[in-house]
Design a binder for this molecule. Structure first.
Ligand code: GRF
Length: 206
C-alpha cells in the first residue's frame, strides 16, 4: 500500500467536512489519514466526530494566548507533534497569521462556500442570495495571506432556486463541499498539485 498523507484538520463547528475526509480515508478513496483534529471551541462537534474514530482531538483555547501569533505557534507545535503534512481548514473560525502560513508553505487548504473570488469572508451564502446570483457553489483553495484569496484548487457549482433560504442554499452547497474537499486533498496526496503564481496546475493521473 502507498504511504498515507498525514492530514491535520482545524475546525470550530459541526465538522461535516471533517467527516467527509474521515469517511473517504476509511473507505480507501483518500490516500490520507486524519492525524489530528484541533479546535478553538471545546464544544465543537468536530472534536466529538474525531473521538468517535479514535483520532486525537485537541482543544486549543485561543483565549489563553496573548496574540494570534502565539496561538498559531501552539497550533504549529501540535500539528508537528502529529507529523502533519497538510493542514485542512474546515470551518475554522479563526484568522490565521503568516506564522502558521509560513510554517506550511502551500500546504494549508481551506474550503469556502462560494465561487471565489465572489463573496469571500463571512456569510458567503447570504451574500450570494442578496446579490441575486443564479449560480452558487464552493471553492477549495490554498491559503495565502489574504481572506479567501489563495490559489484555487477546485470548485463546484449549484443552482440558486427561486425562494431559496440561506439554509436551503447552504445545504445544497454542502453536498458539493463534501465531494470537493476530499478530491482536493487526494490530488495533494498524490503529488499532483503545483502552485504557479495564482494558478494551481493539476497533473494528470499517473
Ligand atoms: C462550510 O460551509 C465551509 O465551507 C465553511 O464553514 C462550513 C463548515 O461546515 N468554511 P462543517 O463544520 O464542515 O459542517
Amino acid at each position: 500500500m502507498n504511504r498515507l498523507l498525514s492530514l491535520g484538520v482545524l475546525a470550530s463547528g459541526n465538522g461535516s467536512n471533517l467527516q467527509s475526509l474521515i469517511d473517504r480515508s476509511i473507505d480507501g478513496t483518500l490516500p490520507a489519514k486524519v492525524a489530528c483534529v484541533i479546535s478553538n471551541n471545546a464544544t465543537a462537534f468536530a472534536l466529538e466526530r474525531a473521538r468517535r474514530h479514535g483520532i486525537p482531538a485537541l482543544h486549543l483555547d485561543h483565549r489563553l494566548f496573548s496574540s494570534r501569533e502565539a496561538y498559531d505557534e501552539a497550533l504549529i507545535d501540535a500539528l508537528r507533534e502529529y507529523g502533519v503534512e497538510l493542514v485542512a481548514l474546515a470551518g475554522f473560525m479563526r484568522i490565521i497569521t503568516p506564522v502558521l502560513i509560513d510554517a506550511f508553505p502551500n500546504a494549508i487548504m481551506n474550503i469556502h462556500p462560494a465561487l471565489l473570488p465572489s463573496f469571500p469572508g463571512l456569510h458567503a451564502q447570504r451574500q450570494a442570495l442578496r446579490h441575486g446570483v443564479k449560480i452558487a457553489g464552493c471553492t477549495v483553495h490554498f491559503v495565502d495571506r489574504g481572506t479567501d484569496t489563495g490559489p484555487i484548487i477546485c470548485q463546484a457549482a449549484v443552482p440558486v432556486m427561486e425562494g431559496d433560504t440561506e439554509d436551503a442554499l447552504s445545504a445544497r452547497i454542502l453536498v458539493e463541499e463534501h465531494l470537493c474537499y476530499p478530491m482536493a486533498v487526494r490530488l495533494f496526496a498524490e503529488g499532483r498539485l503545483t502552485v504557479s503564481g495564482r494558478k494551481v496546475i493539476i497533473a494528470p493521473e499517473k
